[in-house]
Design a protein around this ligand. Structure first.
Ligand code: MD3
Ligand code: FE
Length: 218
């Protein structure tokens, strides 16, 4: 068969920006041109601020391991959730946010209609097979006017995108290596989570998923 005929059976092209809500968009593959710069930067920052499994105020140890870079980092212990300028494990400031991280976040936010996004916090989540994030809202930031930008790397995940009440039905959004999601405006406080990760090793990252979550926390 000719190439022309075979082309009819290709997957349809994914749009540059797929709306999930009035202020939420998936940007399929938006981070792919940044991956070669992101991976060594993640290795460098996790050498200074290693991944750790935090305990929630309720006393559960999170299955997701995390660390941070930027002026502020999200952390949790028995006393509550908070942003901190220092890594509680070392007492040192979090590693600075690499320039490529900030550029990726700013450019992705602009595609979704949020110009001038300057994140001061980047939470780095690491998922091994079976790790999950139960439904929650991101409410520890001061300015809900700023969006959140999330970058998926490595193994695929199924993201749960709920409503403004915990019991609202959640839609399942498959996220692949290089996908970016921007959440803002009236979607900023929606419940969300990540289903337990299946083991589908990725050529670059092996049996891991890494998610970069950019926020304006202060
Ligand atoms: C939807 N992490 O760390 S951010 C988190 O895949 C977290 O690790 C996700 O949720 C992960 O808190 C990626 C996804 C996200 C963030 C904020 C939202 C989704 C959102 C706000 C409103 C709606
Ligand atoms: Fe969240």
């Amino acid at each position: 068969m000719s190439r022309m005929t075979l082309a009819l059976f290709d997957d349809p092209p994914r749009e540059a920006r797929e709306p999930l809500g009035p202020g939420a968009f998936v940007l399929p593959g938006f981070a792919l041109p940044f991956v070669d710069a992101l991976l060594p930067a993640i290795d460098a920052l996790t050498a200074r601020a290693p991944f750790r499994h935090l305990v929630t105020p309720g006393g559960f140890t999170m299955s997701v391991a995390l660390t941070n870079c930027g002026a502020l980092g999200w952390t949790s212990d028995r006393r509550g959730y908070r942003y901190s300028a220092t890594d509680p494990d070392s007492g040192l400031p979090w590693p600075p946010m690499p320039g490529t991280f900030a550029r990726l976040a700013r450019e992705a936010a602009a595609v979704a209609g949020f110009d001038g996004f300057v994140p001061d916090a980047c939470l780095v989540n690491r998922y091994a097979p079976g790790a999950r994030l139960s439904l929650h809202q991101d409410k520890d930031e001061h300015d809900y006017g700023a969006p959140i930008v999330s970058v998926s790397l490595g193994m695929p995940a199924v993201f749960l995108f709920g409503g403004l009440a915990r019991t609202d039905k959640a839609v399942r959004v498959p996220l692949a290596h290089g996908d970016v999601v921007v959440w803002g405006g009236e979607d900023r406080l929606r419940y969300h989570g990540v289903l337990p990760l299946k083991e589908e090793p990725h050529p670059l990252l092996g049996a891991l998923r890494i998610n970069l979550t950019f926020r304006k926390a202060a």
